[in-house]
Write a protein that binds this ligand. Structure first.
Ligand SMILES: Cc1cc2nc3c(=O)[nH]c(=O)nc-3n(C[C@H](O)[C@H](O)[C@H](O)COP(=O)(O)OP(=O)(O)OC[C@H]3O[C@@H](n4cnc5c(N)ncnc54)[C@H](O)[C@@H]3O)c2cc1C
Length: 409
């Protein structure tokens, strides 16, 4: 049973980085307006990027929580409805339906994040493929790898993108056998110049990672009763993974890291315009009044949808820095000072200690080419020879501020 405050609160759906940062920034500007945060998870505050380097840092899942939910709620004077699912939004009467009842809002923030993309895989054990986009999922994965009596030795990772490579580095560095499967020709191929991809591939291979490029996972089949662990260190029976070229790989666990898709379920059902994410304008407002979106859920469109709702641009920015910048701008808007978000160049740090990389990729579709300017420094030059992106590797990664200044976002 929900107790409704006298004044309809600002409601934030989602207690990830985007939701909590919005609450914190809002409280800096407005200490009194009631704020209710609703989240399907526990609401504990943790840094999601630490999920893909926790093993190297020797941290167990409980140590990744930086602030428990109750303390966050107390500090920010937020009413927290944890383990509560929002089931529907009713923009016409400014209400939402939750698993605990109905609630009215003055302003609504969608910080509902993204969902792992599931690719079609056959086989009787395909339902055992795991993905990691939350502390809960990581806890289950960690327990499976480290739990007594069920020791996993060999992890097969689907996807050689940023997250797949980070997990590959973390796991191989912690003594696990790692195989990575990806249809592309090299790791993190969409973000990096080919030579840097090859350097990363070589660095991870040297640690023991096995790669299968140009193929996909076709089937994951369960262990037969009479199968024995193939690896002497493993105490679980392996799964048999068939690749699209017919090659068979035995693995104790299959982790899918093929990408995320903005969670637009609620927004779409409420009639909000969505494309690759919930579409927002430069003030982060969705196509419905009093409803805003940010973080992994949003598609930042810079005001670009027409009267018929046709989307004419926009980008998803599923990273920490854009979410924090968006939260600051949104907090001001929620506090009565409509503010536009402006995203500066935001380089991404790829957490692969085998080859540290910082990348500021050019906007999708920018014509031009990567050029190797110095050892471990690449720049993306457009047709007017202007710098539109850069990649730094190894010791050069400390030069990111200098390169960011030279780069046109
Ligand atoms: C392994 C990994 C490593 C990463 N590393 C980096 C990195 O190094 N650098 C970087 O910049 N970014 C990194 N990222 C991306 C970054 O972590 C995300 O962009 C960011 O955490 C997204 O935050 P969010 O609040 O938008 O979404 P989420 O953290 O997904 O939060 C969504 C929230 O919405 C709630 N929710 C959803 N639907 C409902 C509903 N119907 N009812 C109630 N609650 C709901 C969920 O319970 C959750 O609390 C990484 C991501 C992963 C998975």
């Amino acid at each position: 049973m929900i107790v409704t405050p006298a004044t309809s609160p600002v409601i934030i759906i989602g207690a990830g980085l985007a939701g909590w940062t919005t609450a914190r920034e809002f409280r800096k500007l407005d200490g009194t307006t009631p704020v209710t945060m609703i989240t399907a998870d526990s609401g504990d505050f943790y840094a999601k990027p630490s999920l893909s380097n926790a093993f190297a840092q020797g941290r167990v899942p409980a140590q990744l929580v930086s602030t428990p939910a109750v303390r966050m709620a107390d500090t920010l004077k937020v009413t927290l409805l944890a383990h509560t699912e929002v089931q529907a939004i009713h923009p016409a009467n400014k209400k939402i339906t939750t698993s605990q009842g109905e609630l009215g809002y003055s302003q609504l923030v969608l910080a509902t994040g993204a969902k792992p993309i599931r690719v079609a895989v056959g086989g009787d054990a395909s339902d055992q493929i795991r993905s990691i986009n939350s502390l809960t999922e990581f806890s289950a994965f960690h327990a499976r790898l480290t739990g007594s009596g069920r020791k996993v030795k060999h992890v097969l990772i689907m996807g050689a993108g940023l997250i797949g490579c980070e997990f590959a580095n973390d796991l191989v560095g912690s003594g696990y056998d790692v195989t990575v499967v990806d249809p592309s020709p090299a790791p993190i191929a969409v973000l990096l110049p080919r030579q840097v991809s090859e350097q990363l591939r070589a660095a991870l291979t040297a640690l023991g990672v096995t790669w299968h490029f140009g193929v996909t996972v076709k089937e994951v089949r369960g262990a037969m009763d009479n199968q024995q662990p193939i690896n002497p260190d493993s105490t679980v029976t392996p799964m048999q993974v068939e690749l699209s070229n017919g090659h068979l790989v035995h693995a104790d666990l299959v982790l899918s890291a093929v990408g995320l898709k903005a969670d637009t379920t609620l927004a779409e059902a409420a009639g909000l315009i969505c494309d690759r994410g919930v579409l927002v304008d430069t003030t982060l407002q969705t196509s419905a009044s009093f409803i805003y979106a940010l973080g992994d859920a949003a598609q930042y469109a810079a005001g670009s949808w027409d009267a018929d709702g046709a989307v004419t641009g926009g980008r998803t920015l599923p990273y920490v820095l854009p979410a924090m910048g968006a939260a600051r701008a949104l907090a001001a808007t929620l506090a009565g000072k409509p503010s536009k978000v402006v995203f500066p160049l935001m380089p991404i740090v790829i957490k692969t200690p085998a080859l540290p990389i910082v990348v500021a990729a050019p906007a999708t579709g920018t014509p031009g080419e990567w050029r190797n300017r110095e050892t471990d420094l690449w720049q993306f030059l457009d047709q007017q020879e202007k710098v539109r992106g850069f990649v730094l590797t190894g010791n050069q990664t400390i030069r990111r501020a200098e390169q960011a200044k030279l780069t046109i976002a």
